[in-house]
Design a protein around this ligand. Structure first.
Ligand code: CP
Ligand code: NVA
Length: 301
């Protein structure tokens, strides 16, 4: 297995499933309050260039439950010292580095210059930790074999969708992005994912067609962190892609609703969908803890 958790594209399907199985095991242990101090005495440095609720709390709590500790660094990378120098310092003190950055290349540079594992906790390009937690939740609700599951991702072809495409490239599942024109994902990334995918990976602008037979509908904010200036323009562009009761009616009757959160209620999703019995958004959020514990345990032990 590679040293770092930067992208799901760096792992085989078997390795991704091993993360998910370990996440299930650690979740069961945590529910029973069975000790699992796999990282006793170890420390994780957490670098944040962007805000966070879930990522920050789950990495900190995860390290505590694994018998270790974490230290928070809120900074702008490259401003006070170079990114490689930050990595060279941290590598002398801690056993792992988690980073949430704007530039994807900054996380790659940290990994190159650090001898300890680096975990990507969201960049402008990818959000791999989120997808492990999402897949864990989807398996809990639809069974471990996802090969007959259709996930319709409605909205922006963004970092979260990119990591879902990486997942679908390695683990059988059918993935459809339903997005407005001009908000498609990275073409090269999707092309590469399609080449190895066991299931289908599709991109469409057609809401009814894209949602047909969907087992799960996923959405994310229309303007990601760093795109706040585009909010008004994006609200117009995405207006027909709001996940509301009418949109959900195009999918299967027992369709699940998913969101990585934070949700902008009234924009990309209505309260009626977010608060419906079909919504598993807080299962996804809970699983950030268990999935990341699995990643840290496998990389840092
Ligand atoms: N989903 C997610 O990464 O949440 P935060 O931005 O709150 O960490
Ligand atoms: N696409 C969103 C995800 C937040 C967890 C963002 O990058 O802001």
């Amino acid at each position: 297995m590679v040293k770092d958790f930067l992208s799901l594209a760096d792992f085989s399907g078997e390795e991704i499933l091993a993360f998910l199985d370990l996440a299930d095991e650690l979740k069961a242990k945590q529910k029973k309050r069975e000790p699992h101090r796999i990282l006793e005495g170890k420390t994780l440095a957490m670098i944040f260039e962007k805000p966070s609720l879930r990522t920050r709390v789950t990495f900190h709590t995860g390290m505590f439950q694994l018998g270790g500790d974490s230290v928070l660094i809120e900074t702008t990378l490259g401003a006070r010292e170079s990114v490689p120098d930050v990595a060279r310092n941290l590598t002398r003190w801690v056993d792992g580095i988690m980073a949430r950055t704007f530039r994807h290349t900054d996380v790659l540079q940290l990994a190159e210059s650090a001898t300890v594992p680096v975990i990507n906790a969201l960049t402008d390009k990818l959000h791999p930790c989120q997808i492990l937690a999402d897949a864990q939740a989807l398996r809990e609700h639809r069974g471990k074999d996802l090969s007959n599951v259709k996930l319709a991702f409605v909205g922006d072809g963004n970092n979260v969708f990119h990591s879902w495409a990486h997942f679908a490239a390695k683990v059988p599942v059918n993935l459809t992005l339903v997005c407005p024109e001009g908000y498609e994902p990275d073409v090269a990334l999707v092309d590469a994912a399609q080449k190895t995918a066991a299931g289908r990976i599709e991109v469409t602008h057609d809401v009814a067609g894209g949602l047909k037979d969907a087992d799960a509908v996923y959405t994310d904010v229309w303007a990601s962190m760093g795109q706040e200036k585009e909010t008004t323009e994006r609200e117009h562009a995405f207006a027909d892609y709001q996940v509301n009761d009418a949109l959900m009616a195009h999918a299967k009757g027992d369709v699940l609703f998913m969101h990585c959160l934070p949700a902008h209620r009234g924009s990309e999703v209505t309260d009626s969908v977010m608060d419906s019995p079909q919504s598993i958004v807080f299962d996804q959020a809970e699983n950030r803890l268990h999935a990341q514990k699995a990643v840290m345990a496998m990389l840092m032990k």
